[in-house]
Design a protein around this ligand. Structure first.
Ligand SMILES: [Zn+2]
Length: 89
């Protein structure tokens, strides 16, 4: 456990896992930030930049929910889906 300032919750707290983008934020699910759709996992032509990530700086991505509605349920809580914003445009 370590205590850091969490940009997702905008306060200091401890978490077993931290990720860093422009600041530290907690993650409560393994690999939730780095996600590759099954449909492109095996393709060598895929440009990683074209894959929409579910999170950006702790903000849930509306684009991700629109692109992968079924997977979105696994990544986000209801509240997070409600608060999702277009973060990649
Ligand atoms: Zn947090």
């Amino acid at each position: 456990m370590s205590v850091s300032y969490c940009i997702k919750h905008k306060k200091k707290h401890d978490s077993p896992k931290w990720r860093y983008t422009t600041g530290w934020f907690c993650v409560d699910k393994v690999n939730r930030y780095e996600w590759i759709p099954d449909s492109v996992k095996d393709s060598r032509k895929v440009n990683a930049k074209d894959i929409i990530q579910p999170w950006r700086e702790g903000q849930a991505s509306k684009e991700f929910i629109e692109a992968y509605p079924q997977q979105a349920d696994k990544f986000f809580s209801k509240e997070e889906k409600k608060g999702a914003k277009e973060v990649w445009r």
